[in-house]
Write a protein that binds this ligand. Structure first.
Ligand code: IPD
Ligand code: CA
Length: 269
């Protein structure tokens, strides 16, 4: 029987190896487009994901793997490793030091251990189910403001330009309400920033599990709330994270402001 602590240790080791690989490799040289000209992948994303995949296949051959780039493996055990080798690839390509490797360990349908290593800023976020969250070993917690009017809010936009336009319209409907807005370019780090009080709240539509799964555990373990339109878990249709005092108000505002029926929109994918 593996403990969550052991899984967290392994996720941490893999994230440190990933960071070493990125640092040793330096700037990316091969930049390819995926779903659109905004959606890019580099040889480093593939190198890092390949390293994590092969380490996991040799250390934990029974576990499933779901990675952003190509890594997919259906194992026999109850564990799935959800991996984003570089979240914030566009930042990485432009040498903006805000990108991370994100690793979540899911048991059944529950995330039990998670690591987001913000490589550009050398900040390692970690959480184990039921045991709190840390940044570089120190306990973290969200802000305590009680009104969305005073909130610094992070968000992100889709790689699909039509969808991005609708997201901008949604933001336009809310923008006067917030203290201010940030678009830092790596959803996993944005959510960790809610966990440690650098943002009061974050929302984005259209994220994938590898963007938010690890950071979701880090945020909830830090004492933040995470949810979607109608549930208390993050989803592709909508991921919301905020300090616990403004969560209901924030979610209510987003519901009122959404320009489209998101469920229908993502069913159309
Ligand atoms: C992206 C980043 C970005 C978010 C996008 C994601 P990637 O991930 O997290 O902040 O707005 O929706 O796809 O492509 O850099 O791994
Ligand atoms: Ca990502």
């Amino acid at each position: 029987m593996t403990t969550n602590t052991q899984l967290l240790e392994l996720a941490t080791e893999l994230s440190i190896k990933a960071k070493d690989l990125v640092v040793a490799h330096g700037s990316p040289k091969e930049i390819a487009e995926k779903s659109s000209r905004s959606d890019v992948v580099t040889e480093v994303d593939e190198l890092v994901e390949g390293m994590i995949r092969s380490e996991l296949r040799s250390i934990r051959p029974e576990d499933s793997i779901l990675g952003e780039e190509q890594a997919r493996y259906q194992g026999e055990s109850e564990y799935t490793w959800v991996i984003d080798p570089i979240d914030g690839t566009t930042n990485f390509v432009y040498d903006i030091p805000n990108f991370a490797v994100s690793i979540a360990v899911i048991r059944g349908d529950q995330c039990v251990a998670a690591v987001v290593y913000d490589i550009g800023n050398d900040e390692l976020y970690r959480a184990e189910k039921g045991r709190g969250a840390t940044r570089n070993g120190k306990s973290i917690s969200p802000t305590s403001i009680t009104s969305v009017r005073n909130a610094l809010v992070g968000t992100g936009f889709s790689y699909d330009s039509k969808r991005r336009k609708r997201q901008a319209q949604t933001l336009l409907a809310m923008v006067e309400t917030f203290r201010d807005i940030r678009r830092a370019g790596a959803a996993s780090i944005d959510i960790c920033w809610v966990a440690c009080g650098r943002l009061d709240a974050f929302y984005e539509q259209g994220l994938w599990p590898w963007d938010y799964k690890a950071a979701e555990l880090i945020a909830t373990e830090a004492g933040a709330r995470v949810g979607s339109l109608n549930q208390d878990v993050a989803q592709r249709t909508l991921t919301i994270a905020s300090n616990p005092f403004i969560f209901n108000e924030f979610r209510g505002l987003i519901k009122k402001s959404l320009v489209m029926d998101v469920e229908a929109d993502y069913l159309d994918d």
